[in-house]
Design a protein around this ligand. Structure first.
Ligand code: NAD
Ligand code: TYD
Length: 355
């Protein structure tokens, strides 16, 4: 079996669902269920003995050691993190605790567990750290995309916390020989994404007839990858990646934010026609401090070494995503209550945008 952390969040839950759809190897899923974790994402696994959910913190040494001892996983895949840049700007402390110290705690527990293994169990064990392209910093319009050898230059507290964890993972391989793998992926989108992130936020605000907040001039560029493709990339790295190596995962879909927003408005207009064009709701608001201008990924290594490439393109993935949010109004209603409203007020009021 494998131990997954953060498997009730956006990417982690998609990963657990894909993992159990493709095979029968059980998953122990350790998640603290923060505001971003949601067991409803895993509703389709209710009563499925292959999925063991444990509510808990990756920063709890006793709990992690006990889970490793009890379940003897052949791999640990760490998705658990505070993941939202804007939240890291308003309150970085939790990012340091979970992303840095929590990852360190997982590494320590994994090292002790792995030290006690022998033979194939030892050589086959893997610690996979799910990371982000944001650790590489910001590119100018004409710069070459990030490669695995690009120097780290994180700019937000979120990116810095992920970079620190990546460095610890590297050190645990280099110093102790722990068989680690690191994946650095671009922006994900798809089902179950919490609507604080750009794509679901645009869909929900548009459907509610609320302003669609675009930071700055809307020309910041991100590379977008459909979440299923990220999950298949991680499965491939886990299966065949070389211990100690880093693999960049990307979608070959660089888009300016305003283009993403306009695409969403057009797809929504087609699938859920409204009296006024959704694009009329677009509202330029105060920029994010330190806003990285451009991210782009060179995914040549994972393509060349492991034969992975995305199955979905941007247009298809965006349509699927809009369709999913339209079909899952109850999910969005549930996650948009309570804490979410407080966040919307905290983040957008100061930007001069109505939440
Ligand atoms: P998310 O915020 O949707 O989910 C994070 C999950 O981790 C939640 O279920 C939360 O409850 C859990 N969690 C948080 N703190 C925890 C703790 N201390 N102990 C146990 N569980 C805890 O995040 P996501 O978008 O699914 O991202 C997952 C991972 O992928 C993160 O490590 C993130 O840095 C990385 N990543 C995300 C993207 C993206 O576009 N979303 C891109 C590249 C990499
Ligand atoms: P986000 O989804 O927060 O991901 P990240 O910051 O990790 O890339 O934001 C994606 C891009 O969209 C980023 O350039 C910031 C921008 N953005 C807006 O313009 N408006 C918004 O309301 C949000 C949340 C993001």
């Amino acid at each position: 079996m494998i131990l997954v952390t953060g498997g009730a969040g956006f990417i982690g839950s998609n990963f657990v669902l894909q993992w159990l759809a493709k095979g029968d190897e059980p998953v122990v899923n350790l998640d603290k269920l923060t505001y971003a974790g949601n067991l409803r994402n895993l509703d389709s696994l209710r009563g499925d003995a292959r999925h063991i959910f444990v509510k808990g913190d990756i920063d709890d040494p006793k709990l992690v050691a006990q889970l490793l001892r009890e379940h003897q996983p052949r791999a640990l895949v760490n998705f658990a993190a505070e993941s939202h840049v804007d939240r890291s700007i308003l309150g970085p402390a939790e990012f340091v605790r979970t992303n840095i110290h929590g990852s360190f705690n997982l590494l320590e527990a994994a090292r002790a567990y792995w030290d006690g293994l022998a033979g194939e169990a030892k050589s086959g064990f893997r610690f996979l750290q799910v990371s982000t392209d944001e650790v590489y910093g910001s590119l100018a319009a004409t710069d070459a995309p990030f490669r695995e050898t690009t120097a780290y230059a994180p700019n937000s507290p979120y990116a810095a916390s992920k970079a620190a964890a990546d460095h610890m993972v590297r050190a645990y391989h280099h110093t102790y020989g722990l068989p680690t793998l690191t994946t650095n992926c671009s922006n994900n989108y798809g089902p179950f994404q919490f609507p604080e992130k750009l794509i679901p936020l645009v869909i929900l605000n548009a459907l509610a007839g609320k302003p669609i907040p675009v930071y700055g001039d809307g020309k910041n560029v991100r590379d977008w990858l459909y979440v299923d493709d990220h999950c298949s990339g991680i499965r491939r790295v886990l299966e065949a990646g070389r211990p100690g190596e880093v693999y960049n995962i990307g979608g070959n879909s660089e888009k300016a934010n305003i283009e993403v927003v306009q695409t969403l408005c057009a797809v929504l207009g087609e699938l859920r026609p409204a009296a006024k064009p959704y694009a009329s709701l677009i509202s330029y608001v105060k920029d994010r401090p330190g806003h990285d201008r451009r991210y782009a990924i060179d995914a040549g290594k994972i393509r060349g070494e492991l034969g992975w490439q995305p199955a979905e393109n941007f247009a298809g993935g965006m349509r699927k995503t809009v369709e999913w949010y339209l079909a899952n109004a109850e999910w969005t209603r549930q996650v948009s209550s309570g804490e979410y409203q407080q966040w919307m007020n905290a983040n957008y009021e100061a930007r001069g945008a109505a939440a």
